[in-house]
Design a protein around this ligand. Structure first.
Ligand code: BTN
Length: 272
C-alpha cells in the first residue's frame, strides 16, 4: 500500500501559482501523460496537474515504459498552454530538468546531474526522467507553428528499494542513495514552484523582456554533459565524439571523432 497522498498540503503550499485549484490525485491510471493529453483536448486549463500513486502503462521517452510501482515514485503530469512556437518547445524540456534537479537538491540535499536533454542522474544511474508531449497548431503563411498545449510528464524514483534486474545498472532511487524514505508532497511542491519560476523566466526571455542569464546558460551550468563529455550517440546510424555546447535552439552539439559537428536531435546520448 502506498503512503496516502496529502493533496490538501500540496494545494496549500501552491497558493498563488497556476496549479492552485487545478490539482488531481488518482490512485491508479494507465499514464498521467495520456490522461493529461485527453484532458487538454477536452479543454482543461493551463496549470492542471495529475498525480498518480501508480501507473499501469507509464510512458518513457523513445517508446520505453516507465516503471511506476505503487507509491515508490512521483508520477506527475502538468498541462501548460504557453504562447510559444514549436521551435521553442525543447526549452520547456530543458527548463523542466532544471526545476526537477533543483527540487531534489533542495528537499533531499543531493544534486542530480542532468544528461541532455533531461535525464536526472545520480552517478551513472537514472533517478528521474521527463517526457514532454505537445500538440501544435499548423503554420500559416505569416505565423509559425505554435504550441497548442504541452504536457510535461515527470517520473522521479523516490522510494524504490530495488529495481528489476534489467534496470539495476540503469536506475536508482533517492532511498537507495540516501537510505531515507521520501514523502512525495514536499518534492512535488518544490518541483511545481520551481517549474513555475523556470517557465516564467523562459517566457520573459522569449519575449525579449529578460536580458540576464539565459536558459541556455542556466542549463549549461547545471549539466556536466553539455561540454567536454566523451559520448556515444544513438542517432544518425550512431557515432562517438565530445559534447561541445548547445546550439541557439537548445540542441546538443557533439564534435565527432572525424571532426565534424553533429547536432543531436532526439537524445540517446550515453557516456563512452
Ligand atoms: C524517460 O523515459 O526518461 C521519461 C519518463 C517519464 C515518466 C513520467 S511518469 C509521469 C508521466 N506519465 C507518463 O506516462 N510518463 C511520465
Amino acid at each position: 500500500m502506498p503512503e496516502s497522498f496529502n493533496l490538501a498540503e500540496v494545494a496549500g503550499a501552491l497558493a498563488n501559482t497556476p496549479f492552485a485549484g487545478n490539482l488531481h490525485h488518482l490512485a491508479s491510471v494507465d499514464s498521467t501523460n495520456a490522461l493529461a493529453l485527453e484532458a487538454a483536448q477536452a479543454g482543461a486549463p493551463h496549470g492542471s496537474v495529475w498525480i498518480a500513486d501508480e501507473q499501469t502503462a507509464g510512458r518513457g521517452r523513445g517508446g520505453h515504459t516507465w516503471l511506476s510501482t505503487p507509491g515508490d515514485g512521483l508520477y506527475v503530469s502538468v498541462l501548460l498552454r504557453p504562447q510559444m512556437t514549436i521551435a521553442n518547445a525543447l526549452w520547456l524540456s530543458l527548463a523542466t530538468g532544471l526545476a526537477a534537479q533543483e527540487a531534489i537538491s533542495t528537499v533531499a540535499n543531493i544534486r542530480p546531474d542532468i544528461r541532455w536533454p533531461n535525464d536526472l542522474l545520480i552517478g551513472n544511474r537514472k533517478v528521474g526522467g521527463i517526457l514532454v508531449e505537445t500538440s501544435t497548431t499548423p503554420a500559416q503563411s505569416t505565423t509559425p507553428a505554435m504550441l497548442r498545449h504541452a504536457v510535461i510528464g515527470v517520473g522521479l524514483n523516490l522510494n524504490h528499494q530495488s529495481f528489476p534486474p534489467e534496470l539495476t545498472s540503469l536506475a536508482t532511487s533517492l532511498r537507495q542513495e540516501t537510505g531515507k524514505i521520501w514523502p512525495r508532497e514536499p518534492i512535488l511542491t518544490a518541483f511545481l514552484r520551481l517549474l513555475n519560476q523556470q517557465i516564467a523566466l523562459l517566457e520573459e526571455e522569449l519575449t525579449g523582456i529578460r536580458s540576464s542569464s539565459s536558459l541556455l546558460e542556466r542549463f549549461s551550468a547545471a549539466s556536466s554533459w553539455v561540454c567536454g563529455r566523451r559520448v556515444s550517440v544513438d542517432e544518425s546510424g550512431g557515432y562517438t565524439g565530445v559534447t561541445n555546447g548547445l546550439d541557439e535552439r537548445g540542441f546538443l552539439l557533439v564534435t565527432g571523432d572525424d571532426g565534424t559537428t553533429h547536432t543531436v536531435l532526439s537524445g540517446g546520448v550515453r557516456a563512452q
